[in-house]
Write a protein that binds this ligand. Structure first.
Ligand SMILES: O=C(CO)[C@H](O)[C@H](O)COP(=O)(O)O
Length: 239
């Protein structure tokens, strides 16, 4: 592992541990666990607690479910636990209002369900994600989960409002489109930089396209973000 990779990994761990240590309380009985490489350390930290039988963890997808099981945490479902006390998740990019782009790992629908059901939603990310404006650092486009046979219709509609959209490929693991945990496709749409004041309006426009299941814009959902810096410090952002 190169020293840069080491530093990024270290910063992910630091921010995840700080987010858990500073926010998880004994009265939190239902905990949302997100997806991605940073949340691995959230699950690890929660797994170190001695009162693991006192709470239930709700996953945001297949990887997240495995993290819960691997850390010997109690697995629960959103059906039986529709109100989550606190949820932790990663992000692909964060702006100055704590709006986020999510879905780089194709889990955005379940991630948004968990975040939306949570009384407190906390983002953990290394400092490459904290650019202040969505689309500045993340140039792969906004992930949008769509019904499979609607993908070309939606690509046309996204392009007609100024986007540059393409269906996400499953290569090299799978020929053809990537398939989400919900059996849908992901369309990634680049809109360039989206100022914080325009994120809500753009998100609503996309949501209204028939065949769109969910967008990767998380608009004002997070109360706090823990950012792991390369120098070993953690910055806390809050709204
Ligand atoms: O939205 C996500 C998956 O759909 C992840 O939370 C996001 O991609 C961040 O992942 P990482 O912590 O590996 O940078």
């Amino acid at each position: 592992m190169s020293s840069t990779t080491n530093l990024v990994e270290q910063s992910k761990k630091l921010c995840a541990y700080a987010a858990v240590d500073n926010n998880l309380k004994p009265n939190h009985k239902i905990i949302g666990i997100g997806s991605g490489s940073t949340v691995v350390y959230v699950a690890e930290r929660i797994g170190q607690l001695s009162n693991k039988s006192d709470f239930v963890c709700i996953p945001t997808g297949f990887q997240s479910k495995q993290l819960i099981i691997d850390n010997k945490l109690q697995l629960g479902g959103l059906e039986e636990n529709p109100i989550i006390d606190i949820a932790f998740d990663g992000a692909d990019e964060i702006d100055s209002d704590l709006n986020a782009i999510k879905g780089g790992g194709a889990c955005l629908l379940q991630e948004k369900l968990v975040a939306d059901s949570a009384k407190e939603f906390i983002i953990v990310a290394d400092d490459r994600k904290n650019t202040g404006i969505l689309g500045k650092g993340w140039n792969k486009g906004i992930p949008i989960e769509v019904i499979p046979n609607a993908y070309n219709k939606i690509i046309n509609e996204l392009n007609s409002i100024g986007g540059n959209a393409k269906v996400r490929s499953g290569l090299p693991a799978k020929a053809g489109p990537a398939i989400t945990d919900n059996g849908n496709f992901i369309v990634d749409c680049d809109f360039g930089q989206v100022p914080a004041s325009q994120v809500d309006e753009l998100n609503k426009k996309i949501k209204l396209m028939v065949g769109v299941v969910e967008t990767g814009f998380f608009v004002k959902m997070a109360q706090k973000a823990y950012i792991g810096n390369a120098d070993g410090t953690v910055t806390t952002l809050s709204v």
